[in-house]
Design a protein around this ligand. Structure first.
Ligand SMILES: Nc1ncnc2c1ncn2[C@@H]1O[C@H](COP(=O)(O)OP(=O)(O)OP(=O)(O)O)[C@@H](O)[C@H]1O
Length: 411
């Protein structure tokens, strides 16, 4: 495409009437100001945190619930409202938000907290105690209540719970300030691995977020659609269908919002002036493919080699791919990329794992006197899978690899 036609394309895209009024409100970073079907949870959290407005220490809170049940949105919303109220009342109260999936070591957590108080702490290099000391001093420099929201807290404790122990005991050393924590997790069992003292301190209050049902998700979508999309831009069936798909998973509002956004993008790309049921179905498929592609991207190399072997066999017209044949090709690939060759047993296990992830489907079949084997079919689109596999630098050199195949037996 020359520059002129690209310019023309931009012009054309800019002139196309958009279905969206404000797409940003469908993105994960947006915190809605109104959260239907979560008033109980909002009230429970507010009831605990109100102590902060009186200058007392709120109990620590643990929030549990599956993904997309509004835990983050509710905690952030209550945090924003609490800060607003404290400004109004002239009480010093700050809510800090940390996502422990991103900030996943004790050191980085403390350094990040210290920085939020203007302390100049390097992101690596100091003894952890020193960083903690700096943070404590900064917090205690005036009378204030600090609430630390630790989202995905289970990711943090994978590397030890010392930091939580120290934070939960911090108030005993403070003269002016008070600190409390809100931990958020979608893993109900993560506290099993905690030091019992940390466990009882963190879980002073526990709040559960149940999954939404399809009706509740519809309410959430309707409210968001009103601010995200222009009027009359969707068929009446779009919201019920997005809700039904999301409720099938486990009542995940994030999934429903993603579906509604992607359906809008697809309709827009097709230059339609209304989103239809069909666009939701295409969006569901696209999100599922994207999810699987992401799973494949993060597979260990050995699993990628096993998967690539299946693909090469199918490319060569093998209709009934068996584990024995996969193993034969897998060994050739390993020799080419100079990596360890696992046993056939181990490779069969890797294939079962790929089956569980929904990447392929292995069915056990009896081959009469030849015993039993697995026949393997891919459950993912070949082209996009091949593309992600070849992104791995070790597999990249196998792009044009032609395996030597044994004659296929037809029984
Ligand atoms: N009751 C609700 N009203 C409006 N929007 C909601 C509601 N519940 C969830 N959402 C929206 O759904 C999406 C997912 O919610 P949120 O991030 O709070 O889920 P979560 O429970 O924290 O999930 P995870 O455990 O995966 O982090 C967000 O975009 C949020 O704005």
């Amino acid at each position: 495409m020359d520059n002129g036609s690209l310019d023309g394309l931009f012009e054309e895209l800019l002139e196309t009437e958009s279905l969206f009024k404000n797409k940003e409100v469908l993105r994960p970073a947006y915190t809605p100001e109104n959260l239907p079907h979560r008033s109980n949870q909002i009230n429970n959290i507010a009831t605990v945190l109100v102590s902060a407005l009186k200058g007392h220490t709120p109990s620590n809170i643990l929030i549990y619930g599956k993904t997309g049940t509004g835990k983050t949105a509710v905690a952030r919303y209550v945090g924003i409202e609490l800060e607003r109220k404290s400004d109004h009342l002239n009480v010093q109260c700050n809510v800090l938000y940390i996502n422990c999936e991103v900030i996943d070591t004790q050191y980085r957590l403390l350094a990040n907290l210290a920085k939020q108080f203007g302390e100049d702490v390097p992101m690596t290099g100091w003894p952890t105690d020193q960083v903690f000391f700096r943070f404590k001093e900064a917090v205690d420099s005036r009378k204030q209540v600090i609430i630390i929201i630790l989202d995905e807290i289970d990711k943090l404790i994978k590397k030890g719970d010392d930091v939580l122990y120290n934070l939960s005991r911090m108030n005993t050393d403070l003269e002016n300030a008070r600190v409390s924590m809100i931990g958020i997790s979608n893993d109900l069992k993560f506290t099993e691995f905690l030091d019992p003292r940390v466990k009882s301190s963190l879980g002073e209050e526990e709040i559960i977020f149940p999954p939404y049902d399809a009706e509740q998700i519809s309410d959430i979508l309707r409210q968001r659609a009103a601010i995200a999309y222009k009027e009359n831009s969707m068929d009446d069936m779009v919201i019920p269908l997005c809700s039904a798909f999301a409720a099938q998973e486990h009542g995940d509002a994030r999934r429903a919002l993603d579906l509604m956004r992607v359906a809008g993008e697809i309709a827009e790309r097709e230059k339609k002036n209304i989103i239809e049921e069909e666009h939701v179905r295409q969006a569901q498929e696209k999100i599922e493919v994207d999810r699987i592609v992401e799973v494949i991207r993060t597979l260990p190399t050995q699993s990628k080699l096993a998967l690539y072997s299946v693909m090469l066999l199918r490319n060569n017209g093998h209709r009934n791919v068996t584990t024995g044949e996969v193993y034969n090709v897998y060994r050739q690939l390993c020799r080419n990329v100079d990596t360890d060759i696992l046993t056939q047993r181990r490779v069969t296990d890797l294939i079962s794992e790929l089956d569980m992830l929904g990447i392929l489907n292995a069915i056990v079949v009896s081959k009469g006197r030849y015993g039993r084997t697995k026949e393997i079919v891919l459950s993912v689109p070949v082209e996009s899978t091949k593309k992600v596999l070849l992104e791995d630098y070790r597999l990249n050199m196998l792009a044009d690899f032609k395996p030597i195949l044994t004659a296929q037996m037809h029984l």
